[in-house]
Design a protein around this ligand. Structure first.
Ligand SMILES: *Cc1c(COP(=O)(O)O)cnc(C)c1O
Length: 404
């Protein structure tokens, strides 16, 4: 296989070009579009070659739980996009999160995490870690003093998501990384909401970046996938064997879908961000809306940090209806274009009522603590015409608050 257009060329290609050509491996047929290698194993030319593959002297493929040409193309394209030294793809975002935390820490060590995080990530930190003797502390990620105070002699990792789901709180990656490094801990950032287009945590001091590729990377709601990116050293020492031996391998088919999706990621994210900003501004003109949260609005409480670490407002808009759960349900049920679901980053716009779905698992006090109330709605803005989305929202507002 040849590899003429990867980042190994002396000329440094710009991100949009790398997202189309980066990591491409061509077979002897010279196919234009990347091939799907649906194979579990690889035939060796000789017993000697088999031996060399297993000792690592021959770098070729060995078994698709370890690596696969289509998965390798996807990994390399993600690595180039993120600007990381090394990368591993996983079957889901949660496989990537689990590997990044449990693959790194051992019994007797301690992790500090921001409490405003994706429900399944909270399960890993709060439920799974203690079962294996890993201690945890949850903090308000916006408050630097809480991170400092949470540090113990055995603290080995910080974990957080920024912007957070669904409240779009921002954590200062550089400031928190400084605290972590002074304590000898690494920083793991779940960068799903920002997408690799709008925020590069490694440039601000983070050590590990994880993605659910299920979201914007696929971007059309088809496949599950995840990615872990870090230094060669961290991947080799902490994640390489974990991922090979526990087996959360990405399917070559899903890797192919995502590899092709990366070609259009910049265009899709830019269009979604532009529409999301218009939706946020449209919501601000409506009655019965108590609050609009959007990272691209100048009145976001952490606009200064957003300016430093993000290059766009993202495609998620969260708003709070001035009403109860019944009003929120009337609003959702009246929507026609925007679908009720719980994914994000999709070409199709999606509405989510976090209190009764993604954050249902949390006790009411824990929900209140992170500001997820009955009136809160999260919109993942898709690629539809803004006017159709705005009309959908207008009609749903009338249904939610009839006669007003
Ligand atoms: C969806 C999501 C995950 C989990 O990803 P899966 O692909 O569903 O396993 C983790 N973190 C965040 C912020 C997410 O939005």
């Amino acid at each position: 296989m040849t590899d003429k257009t990867s980042g190994k060329r002396p000329r440094k290609l710009r991100p949009a070009t790398q997202l189309v050509h980066g990591g491409t491996l061509r077979s002897q047929f010279g196919e234009m579009s990347e091939a799907i290698f649906l194979t579990q194993g690889y035939a060796y030319d000789s017993a000697e070659m088999a031996e060399r593959r297993f000792t690592g002297e021959d770098p070729g493929f060995q078994y698709s739980r370890f690596s696969n040409p289509t998965v390798a193309m996807f990994e390399e394209r993600m690595r180039l996009l993120e600007g990381a030294e090394d990368v591993r793809a996983c079957a889901t975002g949660m496989a990537a999160v689990t590997a990044s935390i449990v693959g790194y820490l051992s019994a007797g060590q301690h992790i500090v995490a921001a409490k405003a995080m994706f429900g399944s990530c909270r399960y890993i930190v709060e439920d799974l870690c203690p079962r294996f003797g890993i201690e945890f502390t949850l903090v308000d990620g916006r408050n630097l003093d809480e991170w400092k105070k949470a540090v113990r002699p055995n603290t080995k990792a910080f974990f957080f998501e920024t912007p957070s789901n669904p409240t779009l709180e921002i954590i200062d990656i550089a400031a928190v990384s400084k605290i972590a490094h002074a304590a000898g801990a690494i920083v793991i950032v779940d960068n799903v909401f920002a997408t690799p287009m709008l925020q590069k945590p490694l440039e601000h001091g983070a050590d590990v970046v994880v993605y659910s590729a299920t979201k914007h990377v696929d971007g059309q709601g088809r496949c599950l996938g995840g990615v872990v990116l870090s230094s060669k050293e961290i991947i080799k020492k902490h994640y390489h064997d974990w991922l090979r031996q526990t087996g959360p391998a990405l399917s070559p088919f899903n890797a192919w879908v995502m590899l092709k999706s990366l070609e259009t990621l910049p265009i899709r994210v830019a269009a979604q961000c532009a529409t999301a900003e218009k939706i946020a501004k449209h919501l601000l003109t409506k009655k019965h809306i108590a609050k609009v949260l959007y990272c691209g609005l100048p009145d976001h409480p952490q606009a200064d940090i957003i300016k430093r670490q993000m290059t766009g407002g993202g495609q998620v808009v969260t708003f709070v209806l001035d009403g109860d759960k019944a009003a929120a349900f009337r609003f959702q049920n009246a929507l026609q274009v925007i679908k009720i679901s719980n994914n994000l980053g999709d070409a199709k716009s999606i509405i989510t009522h976090p209190a009764t779905t993604t954050h249902q698992r949390l006790k009411p006090e824990a929900r209140a603590e992170i500001g997820v109330g009955d009136g809160m709605m999260r919109v993942s803005v898709g690629l539809e015409a803004f006017e159709d989305l705005a009309e959908d929202i207008d009609e749903a507002m009338e249904a939610a608050f009839p006669g007003s």
